[in-house]
Every structure is written in C-alpha cells, then in structure tokens.
Write a protein that binds this ligand. Structure first.
Ligand SMILES: Cc1cc2nc3c(=O)[nH]c(=O)nc-3n(C[C@H](O)[C@H](O)[C@H](O)COP(=O)(O)OP(=O)(O)OC[C@H]3O[C@@H](n4cnc5c(N)ncnc54)[C@H](O)[C@@H]3O)c2cc1C
Length: 465
C-alpha cells in the first residue's frame, strides 16, 4: 500500500539532493543527468535487480535529426516531422506541450549519453514502423531493451551513483502539501527506512501491473495479458492522486497484437511491415495490420479464442532472424513451417481453403493496386509464397500511457496547473504523448518519454540542490 505522510520523519536515515524512484531507463537517465550537474543522487528500486519494463522492451528509441541518422545517410528528418507523426498517430489528441518537450529533448539526450557515457547508438534503417515517416529508431548494438538497461546501469555505476535495490518506496512525506521532504522505504525484512531529499523524481512507470487500476481506467484490455514489468503498480499515480495532482489520458496505453502464445515472446511488427498478415482460427484476415500494432491488441483479442496466427513466408522468416526475440521464439518451438499450404494448414489446424482464399485475395488486390476492405495495400513483390511460416499470437497490454501531468520542467502540476515545488514525474509515471486511445501509440513513444523526460527531470531536479 502506498501513502502520503504529512509529517517529516523524526529520523532521516540517509539523504541525497535528488532521490529517484525506479531504476529503469527513465530513472537511470535522470540519475546520470543530475549527477553530471553536481547533485548527490540516490536511486531506489523495489526489485532485487534493476530491470523494469526497459529490460523487457525491444529497446528501440525514436529520435529525429541525430548525428547517428546523419551517419546512416538519413538527413531529411526533423523535430517538426517527428512531432507531426506523433500527432497524426494520436489523431491530434497528444498533449502539445509534452510532444514538444519530448521531440526537443530526445536527440540531445541520446547524443549526450553517447558523448559522456559511451552509449553506442545504431539506427534501424531496414524497415519503417507504422506511422513513422523516417527511419529514426535508435538502439544499442544488441538491439534489445536488456542491452539498453545494461548499458545505462554500467554508466550509472561508472559515475558512482548508488542504485539501492530491494527498496520499495511506500510513502512520500510532505509536510506542507506541496514540498516532498522525504520518502519511506520498505525493505524485504519489513524494516522501514527514511530517505531525505531536496528533489524527488518519480520514475516508477505506470499502472499496467495493477489489475484494479487497469480495470478502472482501461477496461477494454483488462482481459488481456499484461506483458510489462510486474512491479509497475501505479504508485506514482496513486501518490499524485492523493496529493491533488492532475492526471491525463488514463485510458491510453500501448498494446501489442503479436505476443507468441503460449510462449509469451514478442514477435516484432516488422514482419507485418514486410508483408506478413494475421489470420484468425478460421484462416481469415480481420484487420489492416499496417494501422499499428498497439490497436491490434484489441482486434486480436476480439477473435475467437483471443488468438490468431501471423502468416508469412521464407523471405520474411529470414528477415525476422535478425531480431533476438524472434530467434528466442524459434528456439522455444513457437514458429511453425510447412513446405506447402497443405502441410502448413495440417500443422496449424487452419483451414486450407480459407488460407488459399486469403492469399488469393491479397494477390488480387496487389494486381489492381487497390487497398482491401480493411484499408491495407499489397505490393506484388511482397506477396507470400511457400514455404509458409506462422506463429500463434495473442494481444497484450505492454504499458500504460496516461499519467501525471507535468510542466515543461517535468514538475508535477496540480489540478489548478500549479507546479509542486520539488516533485517530478517522467517516463511512464507521467502522461505520455499517445492521447487517450490505444491507437494513439506511435512506436517508441514509451522509451521516448522515459529518456527525454528523464533527461529534463534530472537536470531541473539538480537545480534544487
Ligand atoms: C515487451 C515490451 C516491448 C517494448 N518495446 C519498446 C520499444 O521498443 N520502444 C519503446 O519506446 N518502448 C517499448 N516498450 C515500452 C518501454 O519498455 C517503457 O515505456 C519504458 O521502459 C519505461 O521506462 P521507465 O523507466 O519509465 O519504466 P521501467 O523501465 O518499467 O522502470 C520502472 C522501475 O520502477 C520500479 N518501481 C516501481 N514502483 C516502485 C516503488 N514504489 N519503489 C521503488 N521502485 C519502484 C520498477 O520495479 C521498475 O524497475 C516496450 C514495453 C514492453 C513491455
């Protein structure tokens, strides 16, 4: 249970200028930035090892007009274009000030992490995710979130910022209703410690791990599997609500329409962008897979049994082998293949006639150059041909996109728009840039606000020291 205490603890066990709750990408970037500005920093993490949703993620971070893009020959991206893509995906419902804050700070943050902390970025330039008009996804060379988290943890360790694990923050101590004096930390043996702070950054992500809050704010995905970090139980939102902070877009979230079932392994949406389709257990397509993987979660869950098959071919299978997640799925036995459609249908129990009709319909659309009933277009050079491959998938909730409202300094604001003096929220703890619907999530919006807002919050919080 989390709470607010209106008293300053009698005993302060330890204190730091900037205390950060949560050691995912957001908390670690904030820690690096605050430390670089001369503040003493302490990161508190509930788990025994700092992993967060960041480690579960693909680790792809969108950023416009970076020098890494330039080096890869991409010179026509801009903050304006990126903002336009974010607004287009969210049907203009994303908070304009937050979009600005994110697009202005993400490229400087990535370049700063490279220059001062040796974090290497590559640009994924072999496919475009739905809604991105330029190749702007950056990743560490491993192309995984675990690789990103490891690099950030190493950077934090190298500058001697303490990350205290097994430290669950339960209470914020706020003596005058506006200023946080300290936090209470529960240890696994039940011991409670108090940590004093000049500034507090909540980097403890959203409420995907809190079934009650998901049912309350996002009932449409309550039946879906939560695929994010279990420890993200909405503590920032609960503290904020108790303090009278403003929150927005609590029904917004990132879903995903391709989690291998029952293996629980993410299958990259790049397969769809390369020409794969999704068919239900009747062998029929049911959607425009190119609209976006987030909204696809709901469409997949609405199919009989809440599971469907990703259907593709040898060319796409070979392309997919470049993704660590896909290789894991292959090893786990999740990928099924058949030399012919007949063999594939026998192995998957999908009706062969229906599969045949589905493939023919795609070829017909490609031949006339018209989109299908769902709005997807097919090109003749990307039609599917045997041998065929498939993976059974379901829809899942990855992380929530709503959260506490912040100002351009990442300070939490109350319902009247007045900022709390020394309370910050960033990453999944703050309102994101995806608007109030699942369809508003542009690929990468999660790490975008984790890193960009963490970068800003760390800087401004350090000024309180
Ligand atoms: C499968 C998957 C794939 C994804 N792929 C991508 C991608 O490619 N690109 C992208 O942009 N986004 C992606 N995301 C979303 C992305 O992972 C998140 O948006 C991002 O990691 C959020 O970072 P964060 O630092 O805010 O939270 P986290 O990384 O989740 O860190 C929060 C930390 O806070 C800790 N914590 C929580 N409460 C407390 C407490 N009371 N006291 C102490 N500690 C606490 C948690 O234990 C956790 O370690 C993906 C998500 C999933 C699940």
């Amino acid at each position: 249970m989390v709470g607010i205490s209106s008293e300053v603890p009698e005993r302060i066990d330890v204190s730091a200028d900037v205390v950060i709750i949560g050691a995912g990408a957001c908390g670690l970037v904030a820690a690096l930035r605050a430390q670089a500005e001369g503040a003493s920093v302490l990161v508190l993490e509930r788990d025994a090892a700092a992993t967060g949703s960041t480690s579960l993620s693909s680790g792809f971070v969108p950023a416009p007009a970076t020098r890494f893009q330039q080096a890869a020959g991409i010179s026509d991206d801009s903050r304006r274009l990126f903002a336009k893509d974010i607004f287009a995906k969210s049907a203009d419902s994303a908070q304009p000030a937050l979009v600005q804050l994110a697009v202005d700070n993400i490229a400087p943050a990535l370049e700063w992490l490279a220059d001062f902390h040796g974090i290497e970025w590559i640009v994924l330039d072999d496919f475009l995710y739905p809604g991105h008009s330029r190749h702007r996804m950056h990743a560490v060379p491993e192309k995984t979130g675990a690789g990103l988290q490891t690099a950030l943890l190493a950077a934090v360790q190298a500058v001697d910022v303490p990350v205290v694990t097994n430290a669950t923050v339960t209470d914020l101590c706020c003596s005058d209703g506006k200023r946080i004096d300290a936090v209470l930390v529960q240890r696994p043996d039940g011991q409670v410690e108090s940590v004093g702070c000049e500034a507090l950054i909540m980097a403890c992500n959203g409420y995907g791990g809190n079934a009650e809050l998901v049912a309350k704010y996002i009932p449409e995905i309550a039946a879906g599997q939560y695929f994010g970090h279990a420890g993200n139980t909405g503590d920032a939102l609960l503290w904020g609500e108790a303090l009278g902070a403003a929150s927005e877009h609590l029904s917004g979230y990132q879903g995903h329409g391709a989690v291998a079932h029952p293996h629980g392994i993410l299958i990259s949406w790049a397969l769809m962008m390369e020409g794969a389709v999704q068919v239900n257990m009747d062998g029929e397509r049911f959607s425009n897979e190119h609209a976006g993987y987030s909204e696809q979660a709901v469409k997949v869950l609405a199919q009989p049994g809440g599971v469907v098959w990703n259907l593709y071919d040898q060319r796409i299978h070979d392309f997919a082998l470049g993704f660590p997640d896909y290789q894991q799925a292959l090893k786990a036995g999740a990928i099924v293949s058949g030399e012919s459609l007949q063999q594939f249908s026998q192995k998957t129990s999908l009706p062969q006639d229906a599969l045949n009709d589905t493939l023919n319909a795609m070829a017909e659309r490609a031949a006339v150059g018209q989109s299908d009933a769902f709005g997807r277009t097919f090109s003749s050079d990307k039609l599917l041909s045997g041998p065929f491959y498939g993976v059974k998938v379901t829809g899942a909730l990855f992380h929530t996109q709503g959260g506490l409202m912040i100002d351009r300094h990442c300070r939490v604001i109350d319902e009247k728009g007045i900022a709390f003096e020394n309370l910050f929220a960033a990453g999944g703890a703050a309102c994101g840039v995806s608007g109030p619907d699942v369809s508003g999530y542009l690929s990468g919006n999660g790490l975008l606000t984790a890193i960009a807002f963490g970068y800003v919050a760390g800087h401004v919080a350090s000024l309180k020291s």
